[in-house]
Design a protein around this ligand. Structure first.
Ligand SMILES: [Zn+2]
Length: 204
């Protein structure tokens, strides 16, 4: 069965993955975006050409980080421009969010037109509110290792789950195994559903 990695900083070699590109690498499926940490040093013009590449399947990582990077004002302005691009090009959006949930919920109401993916979802306190929206939960090694996430994993509708390895050395297969175990979902069912989700969101 094929493995799908929704967000990785390593070039995928034996599975299908959305590689977080620096806008130069376009050989595999990839995402490209101005990270909130770089909102004051990078410009949209650096990413726009690769956004039009056929292998570009998402805009990301974009978002808001209250603990790191330039002012929230600068981050917010950069995010707004990228959300406009996502809507214009009909691309899913991969979010990096740190302590900026109120701003995120406001944007979700007014700007969401494509699938929005919370990458590395690991915020149990936000879960009940997020459940009422249409966001996709992308789970990585840290999400599955957090004991406070365990009761939540079983409550996420399976059609709103993606898996990722992000910048870790973890094997994507392990994420499948850990999720299957934590939720008592048969592994075959997990593989089939993640494939369906991945293809519906990012295309083949
Ligand atoms: Zn990442």
């Amino acid at each position: 069965m094929k493995c799908y990695d929704a967000h990785t900083h390593k070039i995928p070699y034996n599975h299908i993955g959305i590689y977080q590109s620096d806008a130069k690498y376009t050989a595999s499926l990839f995402s490209v975006g101005v990270h909130p940490w770089q909102a004051d040093v990078k410009s949209l013009s650096e990413i726009i050409p690769s956004l039009h590449h056929q292998n570009c399947r998402a805009i990301g990582e974009v978002g808001l980080d209250r603990l790191k990077g330039p002012s929230m004002e600068i981050q917010h302005a950069m995010l707004l421009s990228q959300l406009a691009l996502a809507n214009e090009l009909q691309k899913p959006v991969i979010f990096h969010l740190v302590r900026a949930w109120d701003e995120f919920y406001a944007l979700l109401k007014s700007k969401q037109q494509t699938p929005w993916i919370i990458h590395g979802f690991n915020s149990p306190k936000q879960f009940s509110r997020l459940l009422q929206t249409k966001v996709i939960f992308s789970l990585g090694p840290a999400s599955l290792q957090n004991p406070r996430m365990h009761s939540i994993l079983t409550q996420i509708p399976l059609n709103r789950v993606l898996f990722e390895t992000d910048d870790t050395a973890s094997d994507i297969n392990q994420v499948y195994l850990d999720f299957s175990q934590a939720t008592s979902t048969p592994l075959e069912e997990v593989y089939a559903q993640i494939e369906q989700n991945f293809l519906a969101i990012f295309g083949a």
